[in-house]
Ligand binder design. Sequence first.
Ligand code: GUN
Ligand code: FE
Length: 511
Amino acid sequence: MSTIFYGALISPISLTTYDALPRALLAVSRATGDIDWVERDVPPEALQHVLARHGLLADDVELVELKHGEFLMPGFIDTHIHAPQVPNIGSGQQHELLDWLAEVTFPMEARFADVDFARRTYTSVVKRTLDYGSTTCCYYGTLHLEGTKVLADVVHGYGQRAFVGKCNMDRNAPDYYVEPSPAASLAATAALVAHIRALPPHPAAGDALVRPILTPRFALSCTGELLAGLGALAAADPGLAIQTHISENAAEIAFTKALFPRGSLPGAAANVTAGDDVDGEEETTYAGVYDAYGLLRHNTVLAHAVHLDAREVALIHARGAGVAHCPTSNFNLRSGCARVGMLLDAGVKVGLGTDVSGGFSPSMLAAVQHASMCAKVVALTAPAPPPAHTTFTDRQLPVPALLHLATLGGAAVCALAHRVGSLAPGKAFDALVVGVRTDAGNPAVWGVDLDRALGLRASGGEPGDEGGRGKSDVEELEGMLERFLFCGDDRNVRRVYVQGRLVGGKEHAAA
Ligand code: GUN
Ligand code: FE
């Protein structure tokens, strides 16, 4: 049996192009939750014929017809979010990173020692991220094993795709919120990995939806012994993902370099590779610290990356690690504007993260909007015009790039691009039905139904004008995407599917 969606479809292709298909037909296998096939342009009168060509009779399928003003798109991939910080959204904006951690964040995270509190809080958190359209999240828990197991259980129960990690932190944290030793931190980490891998599999999907992820909070909260232990866990388990923070704030960077002088790093002499200073001056780099402990690889997610130097960009690229760009947080905590365009031109994988609650919104739409503004600030303040041979460096990010960052780019950062991030045959149906119609109830979105009623339809052809009409439909759909990205909120996220299952969205909530 299949579920067939008929209507408008948006799917990223690259940083510069995406598919905008006004009359697509997409089949989802009910057995697996994967996308079986996509037909790009099916006029209504050809519907039965196309189904028959795929061996389907109308009675075999559940046909879901989208309305005018609705479209399918891949779900958002939030590559960086702290689940226990969600209760703090909207507080603490007066601080910079290190004060904010001490004053606002650690006191809240410490409360998750209470497992019942954790369960009640995480239930509300996961429901919110799903309803905002995040079909995959890279979650940080707290340093507590039991509370973070609960986070994984709640995510699993809701059917969200996610990575769940327990923070490692055995120094530079308050007495009430620090792990007693590297050994204790590593043992709890291994126990969480085992717990997550033992969760019952999704009834249909071949691969687990919830996966473990090593989560050294950031270098300065970990002793060298702890980082070395995590590096050993990673080396023994190449499929195990890793997430951490990097180069977010000036004080944090200076502290990190002071804590890890180059000579102190494992393999200090041998480790003279892509991270080296060509002048021979041997200074530690932040990325070089993680690399020395074996924590930079194809499935490492590095949050922020605001102040990387050229050696670090080259090293991150060489290792195949990815960056979670967190512009809402980087503005809110006054960390700076990451040069995402430069990273993209350097070939580094980049996705977006909400970084709640450094970022004050659990919505990936806010991350998209702030990524656009951040790139514009970078362009406005660049010391020189962008080099002609570059595509993104010091320029604004066009809509295809913003869409890519929020979906397929994020999937690549999580090493999941073979499964999610675009609506293609063989991939999981992790998707949103978006509505930019007046009846969604979001006054910030000018409904496309009003466009039609007022004769404001996008330029490119009049209805009935054969040649121009197709172009006009595509332009109208492109306009819908841009409106959603810049003006949308959860009211425009009508339905949210993960691995073919309806798990969130306004219509799900209403049902
Ligand atoms: N660096 C270390 N911990 C954190 C955190 O919780 N949020 C942010 N934004 N940066 C961090
Ligand atoms: Fe963070």
